[in-house]
Design a protein around this ligand. Sequence first.
Ligand code: PMP
Length: 392
Amino acid sequence: MTLSTRIQTLTGGGSDGWDVFYRARRMIAEGQQITELTIGEHDIRTSRDILDAMHAAAVGGHTGYALVPGTPKLRQAVADRIAATTGVPTGPENVVITPGGQAALFAAHMAVCDPGDRALYIDPYYATYPGTLRSAGAVPDAIIARPRHGFQPLAEDVAAKAPGARSLLINSPNNPTGAVYSRATLEGIAQVCRDHDLWLISDEVYDSQVWEGEHVSPRALPGMAGRTLVVGSMSKSHAMTGSRIGWICGPAAAIDSLITLATHTNYGVPGFIQDAAHYALGRGPELETAVAAPFRRRAALTRDLLAGQNVVKAAPIQGAMYTMLDIRATGLTGEAFANALLDAEKIAVMPGESFGQAAGGHVRVAMTIADDHYAEALGRVLAFAARHAKGG
Ligand code: PMP
């Protein structure tokens, strides 16, 4: 029996730069000691009090079908967080709870794109993006953000692709580059969205992880609240990756349609998970700052280590749990560098090519291991690069 063309072409085919990742996984399975700097996952687990709240909710009976849009108190708590952090008046009618940010990305594109519509996104991109857009029936079309611009997309590059497109997906703070889009970048993008009547889908799952600059939600810019769907998640801000809980925030009419979609797809998020998320949000910004603190420290460690050498450059380390190292001085591609590093130093990093074309000659380092191990491993990555530098 044949499967749908849609599902068979989801990943676009070809080598996608994940070979290094899977090779590292195999080496670990064989018992080799590999330092893993590939994954965007905290080295802490969900905190005990959040789990206690989850347990209490489950034992208390919140194990039946939960309300599909999300519980009223959680929708309110998410709306309050968004209103507090962005200044945009936001109510529960502007929020639908989703099984994580990933499901939110898919649902948001289902809501705005018809089959065959062109959906824009920025390269370098979070690995799932093109497949997510395809699974929603859209045709992904990448806009390059260049290393020399600190991976900030230029409005003129967006404008060049905008005519006839339906939506634009952006992500700040950014995975994989660690860029935080400046207000000027976002204002330029917003202008293009207004000029070309684009929906803006703003993936803000790293909004609590900003090391330099400020997090500006483009929904707060003039004329944008009616055309922006914000994707949020408890995964990164509260170390709740495994709980699969996130949201979409947008105009009430869009949220109504997204609730209809949720009814016919995931049918809501478990009630005890929602109660735990409500409890976690109730702990306020202090918890989010504490969860983000290790990455803030490691971002500073990274800057210090980079300052002590001149072979590897880095994109500005502004936010999220990643550093994008520019290893072009070695003359190697990101993939060749990552493979050689894995063999020689038993350190696994992601080739920049895994995230599109724009990050070729780069590797992404996830700052997701304990500070001392992280500093030691990064030191070895830099020494390895120095040995391979052209003429070195
Ligand atoms: N967007 C970005 C940029 C991400 O890095 C991730 C997870 N790594 C997600 C969305 C999805 O996160 P989740 O589904 O856990 O909320």
